[in-house]
Write a protein that binds this ligand. Sequence first.
Ligand code: AMP
Length: 215
Amino acid sequence: MGPPGAGKGTQAKRLARRFGMRHLSSGDILRAAGNSGSALGRSLKSYMDAGELVPDEIVVEIMAKAISDAPAAQGLLLDGFPRTVPQAEALDRQLAQLGRPVEAVLVIEVPDELLVERISGRRSCPACGKVFHVGSLPPPPDGRCDACGAELVQRSDDTEPVVRERLAAYLRQTAPVIDYYANSGRLVIRTDGSAPPDEVTERVAAALEKLASKA
Ligand code: AMP
């Protein structure tokens, strides 16, 4: 968990690879559904473009399917879900039925102003997902992805006003989910996400290794 721009996606991909877990990103799954051209897709896209959360019933249904489709033998690393207390409650009900409870909650914390700078400078490849940053990882001069050649874009929800709305939504709706887990006795691991990405990965990985060695 963590606010938009905290590096959840980057860290989740690395940790999933390192620990052999299945990475499920609700943002990626909802964006794919949003581009499907269906009426549901158009509705999903309108929430995402405005920086608002997609309604709980829709997200819970889509993520429940993704979770139950994931191979049972693999650990799951959920990225971006749950983002509200009702989503967390629905997830707990589903995981209790599957006998696979939430084992740890990773929270990446970053100050707001750094988040705005990080996200509004982001340029993404719509084809392969590679992400650049106008300041720290400049896109190639021709504006095309150096991995696959597609034209880079600024995601419609990465513009500054939408970023501020997403941060407000995080504080209002998602921060209480961390309390929900802490108050119900789950292990909550907090990390400073303003550190360089490799350092964040190593710190979180060390915490997960410790958890795995106790299991
Ligand atoms: P992300 O890529 O995680 O920043 O998600 C992009 C957008 O997808 C968010 O701004 C929301 O509109 C939507 N979204 C992703 N995950 C959720 C969720 N768990 N609940 C509601 N909306 C979500």
